[in-house]
Design a protein around this ligand. Structure first.
Ligand code: GAP
Length: 512
């Protein structure tokens, strides 16, 4: 199965089992907007809990807030979003389709890498065991030509983005002979900037004075509350403020399911530090965040850092944590050293002094900030795609199983009476009622036990508890483990401990 087919199946599976639905589906949907179904919302809540507890519970010097989506419009001038939160757009005159110019070039760069990989694969086939990849890469003329052109175009793109040179971006598209995927032509317009913020109106004033924006990031709600939290929480630097909430961007290239949406959720933490110490903290947070991802157990090779080519004007270091989705390595989280840009600008624009008095040094200053910013929906997609498996069993059958880390699984256990009579349903309900005080539990008595196991595998339930006639006699049940499919006989009284240990976040946290 190709990665593309796998991704299509994952999207279909997510809908079929109630994880994710297209928004407004009975009205034919709304582009790049999605709804979470009954299982999706549980998965998403568990991911948020994993992040929140890591930040706020495990770090004594991090506290959380929940700020409003509507904010004073001057905030977005101070943050630079009104002036510079733009994407460079280009239209194809024949198909009338609109693209992000930088994305067209990035896709072209990725194609060059694919070409190189193909050359290497061909040569490996030809030379067999004697193949020396390093030598081939550094001597094969065709590969060297591709690498040279790719590096040249990459360098030009970085320069054009850094200089905001829209003409230069267009010229790269022409020089790379990039065609519109729909019309197949190179009939391009000029490149121009497009602001990604959604506008709306507050109250009823008739003039434009009441225009506000739906926040494009949650971070600014943290910055403008810096003094409130620092003073009321008696926080001492270094300290952090964490927040989870919705953000909105009028994305031009909205694609790849929930990877790029117009309404999405972020989990952001701003860590305030002494000026001059920010790069040490940047390195620490890079490591801490990568560990948090890897603790999920999807394999270390699935993650990599990608340092930014283009640093935002306020940042002095920035990196992304990328995950290998079925459509390639893509960003799930950004870690940025944002200097004193945001607090400094809010001080300027609001006219209010935003400073911290450091008792240790006897100085007042505007703190520097390290930001960790991760998309909840991209984490959901990461967990869905890493967990999905069509597994061939020893008996020749196939099962579809979601290998969710137990702490993230939407349903922790299913209680299944072997048959619908003889008092088995009553005992099964008793077990469900005991376990539901701590966990999300399903009760299912329909169809054969094999079919019921498959249904639970498909939604990633770590445990199935089967109640049979022996259970009535000795109060034991069969406990089936999702991944190994092993079954063991355990006492009903031991279920809360066995399940509790396996599905607890503590299991993930002890790896950090
Ligand atoms: N405050 C910094 C900030 O917002 P960003 O790199 O623009 O930085 C942070 O966004 C994270 O938010 C990204 O790594 C990604 O996971 C998520 N994100 C951004 N735009 C998104 C979109 N349109 N749809 C889904 N997630 C998005």
């Amino acid at each position: 199965m190709t990665q593309e087919e796998l991704f299509k199946k994952l999207v279909a599976h997510s809908k079929e089992y109630g994880f994710i639905f297209p928004s407004s589906e009975i009205y034919d949907g709304l582009s790049a907007v999605y709804d979470y179904g009954q299982l999706g919302v549980e998965l998403k809540n568990n991911i948020k809990r994993y992040w929140w507890d890591f930040m706020v519970k495990l770090h004594e010097n991090i506290v959380g807030i929940d700020s409003a989506i509507f904010m004073h419009p001057r905030i977005w001038e101070a943050s630079g979003h009104v002036g510079a939160f733009n994407d460079p757009l280009i239209d194809n005159k024949d198909s009338k389709k609109r693209y992000r110019a930088d994305v067209l070039i990035e896709d072209w760069l990725a194609k060059q890498d694919e070409k190189i990989d193909k050359e290497i694969a061909k040569a490996r086939k030809r030379f067999g065991d004697n193949f020396d990849e390093e030598k081939f890469r550094t001597t094969n003329e065709r590969v060297l030509d591709i690498v040279k052109k790719r590096d040249e175009m990459h360098g030009r793109m970085v320069e054009a983005l850094n200089n905001n040179d829209l003409g230069a971006l267009r010229q790269i598209i022409l020089d790379c002979e990039i065609v519109c995927p729909i019309s197949g032509t190179r009939n391009w317009t000029e490149v121009r900037q497009f602001n990604l913020m959604f506008e709306t109106k507050l109250g009823a004033a008739a003039d434009g004075s009441n225009t506000i924006y739906l926040r494009p990031e949650t971070a600014q709600g943290i910055f403008v509350n810096f003094l409130n939290v620092q003073k009321t929480g008696r926080m001492k630097i270094p300290f952090g403020i964490a927040q989870i909430g919705k953000a909105f961007r009028n994305e031009i290239v909205a694609r790849q399911f929930i990877f790029r949406m117009r309404e999405f959720e972020q989990m952001e933490m701003q860590f305030f530090v002494r000026p001059g110490e920010e790069l040490k903290w940047f390195a620490d947070w890079k490591e801490a965040r990568m560990k948090w991802h890897r603790a999920l157990g999807f394999g270390d090779a699935k993650y990599r850092f990608h340092d930014h080519d283009k640093l935002a004007h306020y940042a002095n270091a920035a990196t992304d944590i990328e995950f290998e989705f079925p459509f390639g390595f893509k960003e799930v989280e950004g870690i940025h050293s944002r200097t004193d840009f945001d607090l400094g600008n809010h001080q300027k624009f609001s006219g209010k002094k935003i400073q911290y008095f450091d008792h240790e040094t006897g100085e007042s200053y505007v703190p520097y900030v390290i930001e960790t910013s991760i998309g909840v929906d991209r984490m959901v997609l990461q967990v869905l795609s890493a967990s999905y498996e069509e597994e061939k069993l020893e008996n020749g059958e196939e099962r579809l199983v979601m290998h969710f880390p137990p702490a993230l699984a939407p349903i922790k256990a299913a209680v299944l009476p072997l048959i619908k009579k003889d008092g088995l349903p009553e005992l099964a309900h008793e077990i469900k009622d005991m376990l539901k005080l701590d966990h999300t539990i399903q009760y299912d008595e329909k169809d054969s036990i094999g079919k019921r196991y498959r249904r639970q595998d498909a939604i990633g339930t770590p445990f199935c508890i089967t109640v049979d006639h022996q259970s009535l006699e000795d109060r034991t049940v069969t406990l089936r483990h999702r991944d190994s499919m092993e079954q063991e006989r355990v006492a009903i009284a031991d279920l809360p401990r066995i399940i509790g240990e396996e599905v607890s976040l503590r299991k993930l946290f002890t790896k950090l």
